[in-house]
Design a protein around this ligand. Structure first.
Ligand code: COA
Length: 359
């Protein structure tokens, strides 16, 4: 049995399909590029949740206005890490509607950034689309180009097969627990550096490298020290993650960005050192590599990168929670006992099935 459940199918889903050999990502019948090009999270909500995008613009805006007083006063805004702060806020929203959870996640990012910069954050608008409003709140004034870039990002990361956080959400939903608990559990899984916690460290790495000619020596030293190169490698993809190109296009649509040039050079060097390090395993750039450059260009601090990822992925989690409730049953795998046997002479367990089905 694979120790990380590689290749194990745990659910039938209509939400998204990842082909790691060909580098494809479909989200409910659309390619990730098609979905991202619309640049509105509400389009992804309509796709994954059903209904009309325009209707979701209005409902999400109303939800932002409703939850803003709670977000604005959240004690967890003072946490140094936005993901931990968002986790505490969402955990307090027991019984919230899915739309309110999405609204709260986005607003938390805006409020966290305002507080970090010592700035008053304007109240949400009851009319704007989500990404436009968050950018307005982040910068104190509308910025359509940055709003489009953020919207494209949120759509690009909205869903991605049975990734660790989505699986976590489905496990919790499968027990009959509530959506808030499932979302909070998923956020905990996303926070880890092997999942959604990588883009901040990617930016740290680009800072530390500074200029392209220093890349190879830096990356080799990282591997020699037993560290992984952040933003590189993926459980499913054996080619470049298709989301990287989609995000690069969104970055290029903003003003010229020297970071993007550096990131491309570092990626090339990283591919090369990883090819020598693991000749049998293709390790290419994953979504976090480009995420770091895009979110910096939108004006977000690196402490808020993973929380911003969550502000998009939460739509996918909620779609999976609903699907799990409608079509799934309790997710309860087995383990193989490899511990000590009791001294009483009981017969040794013969297979994982000897474990009780419930505990
Ligand atoms: N840098 C260095 N080595 C890497 C690596 C990386 N970025 N990614 C994988 N490897 C190596 C592992 O050390 C492992 O070597 P081993 O067989 O000698 O132990 C081998 O490649 C396979 O790695 P494994 O962890 O089993 O693969 P996985 O499918 O579980 O890994 C990730 C997927 C994403 C966890 C992994 O590529 C990684 O840690 N990347 C860096 C963190 C990151 O970018 N996270 C965001 C993911 S979207």
């Amino acid at each position: 049995m694979p120790s990380g459940l590689d290749g194990v199918v745990v659910a039938d889903t209509e939400m998204s399909h990842v082909d790691g050999e060909q580098g494809l990502l479909w989200i409910r019948g659309r390619t990730v590029r098609e979905l991202a090009s619309c640049g509105q999270l509400e389009e992804a909500m309509a796709l994954l949740w059903g209904g009309e995008a325009q209707r979701w613009v209005a409902r999400l805006a109303e939800a932002r206005v409703r939850v803003w007083p709670l977000v604005q006063r959240a004690p967890s805004l003072a946490q140094p890490d936005a993901t931990a702060g968002m986790r505490a806020l969402l955990a307090g929203l027991e019984g919230a509607q899915p739309c309110e959870l999405v609204a709260a996640a986005g607003l938390f990012v805006a409020a966290f950034c305002g507080r970090q910069q010592g700035r008053e954050v304007p109240a949400p608008s009851p009319e704007l689309p989500h990404a436009d409003d968050l950018v307005r709140m982040l910068h104190g004034a509308p910025d359509p180009a940055k709003a489009k870039a953020l919207g494209r990002y949120l759509c690009t990361v909205v869903d991605h097969g049975m990734n660790a956080s989505t699986f976590t959400a489905r496990v919790i939903a499968s027990t009959g627990s509530d959506a808030t608990s499932a979302v909070v559990g998923a956020l905990g899984a996303l926070k880890g550096p092997l999942h959604g916690g990588a883009p901040g460290p990617v930016l740290d790495m680009l800072d530390a490298i500074g200029t392209p000619e220093r890349a190879e020596a830096f990356l080799q030293a990282e591997l020699a020290a037993g560290r992984r190169i952040m933003g590189m490698g993926h459980r499913i993809y054996r080619v470049r993650d298709p989301r990287v190109e989609v995000l690069e296009e969104a970055i290029s649509a903003l003003s010229p960005n020297p970071r993007l040039q550096l990131a491309r050079e570092v990626e090339r060097a990283a591919e090369e050192v990883l090819r020598r390090h693991k000749p049998d395993r293709p390790l290419k750039a994953n979504v976090e590599f480009a995420t770091a450059v895009l979110l910096e260009a939108v004006g977000l601090p690196r402490e808020a990168f993973t929380a911003t990822f969550a502000a998009g992925r939460i739509v996918g989690w909620l779609a999976h929670i609903d699907e799990q409730r409608r079509t799934g049953r309790l997710i309860r795998p087995a383990s193989r006992y490899v511990g000590a046997q009791p001294a009483t002479g009981a017969p040794p367990p013969s297979s994982p099935r000897t474990e009780p089905a419930q505990a």
